[in-house]
Design a protein around this ligand. Structure first.
Ligand SMILES: Cc1ncc(C[n+]2csc(CCOP(=O)(O)OP(=O)(O)O)c2C)c(N)n1
Ligand SMILES: [Mg+2]
Length: 362
């Protein structure tokens, strides 16, 4: 079969991955390893980078889930499995000096920011060298050096905080943009509406990203929100909104770039609704009885962001299945090493319990 025909059919099979398929232009060059190269709109190396980053998040969160089940992690723990395309696509669109703030489902957001996995795991294990000294735990990780402002356990609370960061960025006449994530369960919070109003009124440099994973704990979005097209929830404030396939990292990146450009140019906030899905329960203690196993399996089979990119890479001849397996082995080894490094860290000292509560001088 002609290469172009094969790729076209491959693209059709992956039709939900519209943004990638649409860019599967029929231009090929032989690669040094003999594979045919296809113009995916992104250089193959970029797609490989996307795949690798998502896989790291997946394997890391799986391992964290195991550590939790083994009793090594205390407190609450919310996994990001299924939503990887959002964090990876947005991070690729974001500048490293753009501040990011999110809710409690935050481990993956930290790692894409460049925080070493062992520092995140160390935090979960209550270690002194964890990214927040072992005192924040799963929900309250912070790393201002990487422009990551948490990790917040109160639903919606990070939205006015992110808006405040955006105010500071504008007040200080920077060209940075604050990316503020929240869930579908947070969008009906009063403080979100108040923050939207101020951000639009003052044209603050902020991109709001609602990660619509279809559920707020056990409540489906259309049982909680009168208007379940969440990207429309900024309209009354004049905030432009866009619905994005949050299981397609390239669509996420593209939407993120456009939104960030808009906000960076002084035209005010944008609201991106990422249609995504979480595979695990709300937290580690949620057996997820409010949905069927079949519903979860269907998303895994048809929309999984990692499989979709992997299949596209293989069907386009960029890599073969064996090469992808080798990448997976390498990433699993990285995660194991990070866990071992975190386990070897000293525990947080109880004498430190009352430090880091107030900022210096207050
Ligand atoms: C103000 C407040 N109300 C209720 C809770 C309990 N609570 C924790 S998470 C959650 C659901 C939030 O869902 P969503 O915003 O969709 O985020 P997701 O967990 O899906 O990432 C609720 C109600 C809370 N933490 N804070
Ligand atoms: Mg949700």
């Amino acid at each position: 079969m002609a290469a172009s025909k094969r790729v076209e059919e491959g693209a059709r099979e992956l039709s939900p991955l519209a943004s990638l398929a649409a860019r599967s232009a029929a231009s090929y060059e032989p690669m040094p390893n003999g594979h045919e190269q296809v113009d995916l709109g992104l250089p193959p190396g970029e797609l490989l980078d996307i795949h690798r980053r998502m896989l790291l998040l997946r394997r890391l969160e799986e391992r964290i889930g195991q550590l939790y089940a083994m009793g090594e992690i205390g407190g609450f723990c919310h996994l990001y499995i299924g939503q990887e395309a959002v964090a990876v696509g947005m991070e690729r669109a974001t500048r490293s000096d753009d501040p990011v703030i999110t809710a409690y489902r935050c481990h993956a957001h930290m790692v894409v920011r460049g925080v070493a996995p062992e520092l995140v795991i160390g935090e979960l294990l209550g270690k002194a060298e964890g990214v927040s000294g072992g005192k924040g735990g799963s929900m309250h990780m912070f790393d201002p050096a990487r422009n990551f402002y948490g990790g917040h356990g109160i639903v919606g609370a990070q939205v006015p905080l992110g808006t405040g960061i955006a105010f500071a960025l504008k007040y200080r006449k920077t060209d940075r943009v604050c990316v503020t994530y929240f869930g579908d369960g947070a969008i009906s919070q009063g403080q979100v509406a108040e923050a939207f109003n101020m951000a639009a009124l003052w044209k603050l440099p902020i991109v709001y990203v609602v990660e619509n994973n279809q559920y707020g704990m056990g409540t489906a979005v259309d049982r909680a929100s009168a208007v379940s097209a969440l990207h429309k929830r900024g309209e009354s404030f004049g905030i432009p909104g866009q619905e994005v396939d949050g299981m397609d990292p390239v669509a996420v990146e593209r939407a993120g770039l456009t939104a960030l450009k808009h906000a960076r140019s002084g035209r005010g906030p944008v609201l991106l609704e990422m249609k995504t899905y979480r595979y695990r329960g709300h937290s580690m203690s949620d057996p997820a009885l409010y949905r069927t196993r079949e519903e979860v399996q269907k998303v895994r089979d048809e929309r999984d962001p990692i499989s979709r990119v992997a299949e596209l890479l293989v069907s386009a001849g960029v890599v073969d299945a064996d090469q992808l397996k080798a990448v997976d082995r390498e990433i699993r080894a990285t995660v194991m090493e990070a866990v071992a490094a975190a386990q070897a860290m000293p525990d947080a000292d109880p004498a430190e319990l009352m430090t880091d509560i107030y900022s210096g001088g207050s």
